[in-house]
Design a protein around this ligand. Sequence first.
Ligand code: HPA
Length: 271
Amino acid sequence: MTASAALQALQARAPFVPDLAIVLGSGLGALADSAEARAGVSIPFTDLPGFPAPTVAGHGGKLVFCEFEGRKVVLQAGRFHFYEGHPMSLVVTPMRLYGRLGAKAVLLTNAAGALNPEFGVGELMALTDHINLFGTNPLIGPNVEPGPRFPDMTAVYDPAFRQRLAACAAGLGQTLRQGVYLGLTGPSYETPAEIRAFRVLGADAVGMSTVPEAIVARHEGMRVAGISCLCNMAAGILPQALTHQEVLEAGAAAAGRFEALVRAFVRDLQL
Ligand code: HPA
């Protein structure tokens, strides 16, 4: 399937085995064009067999292998969303690649809507856990060996990583929320009734990515950290309608803080 041919292509071009993969969600994309990234090796998704051509011109994704805060990392700019119509197997292929390359950990970042009324727009949230409402699971199908058929999901988001994120945020003087991310397909935003229901379920934030990637990263035996940029209050919490534009603007406004937290997290990270 996709991953084996792509893995061969990637192994031929990757300058090193990355310690850590960082998936750059909304607000963090600029890291893929940072000075460190420009000094690294950039591999467009379109160079990897099985990866589809971008649907929007100029918005192709890429992997950048670079030295970042003293560590060997691969930065992933762009991701495959289930709502784009991609098969779940493609949505999680990057995680399979990082696992097979030998990465020890992944940091998943995303934009999300806040359900918890104590949280505010523009704040960051470390994922403590997730609720999978995609209606499917990326591990359905023949088991991808040597991962377990029924992998444990008791601590998807590594407790030591979460502690470290909290310490880094405190050191930076940032507010870092802790909470449960509920993932669903989108692309429509939720209704107010759905958001009320999800609050009862125990969700603090809602979004359209991350959950399948986290499941497969754990299946690959990698440690996982997750950070959401809370770009809007979820539907019905505030009187106004939701727009993609406000999500983008809040993401852009939080970008500096988001980058500072990610840099602090990576620096001297014990793996
Ligand atoms: N819902 C789902 N996904 C999102 C949201 C939201 O409110 N904000 C950003 N991504």
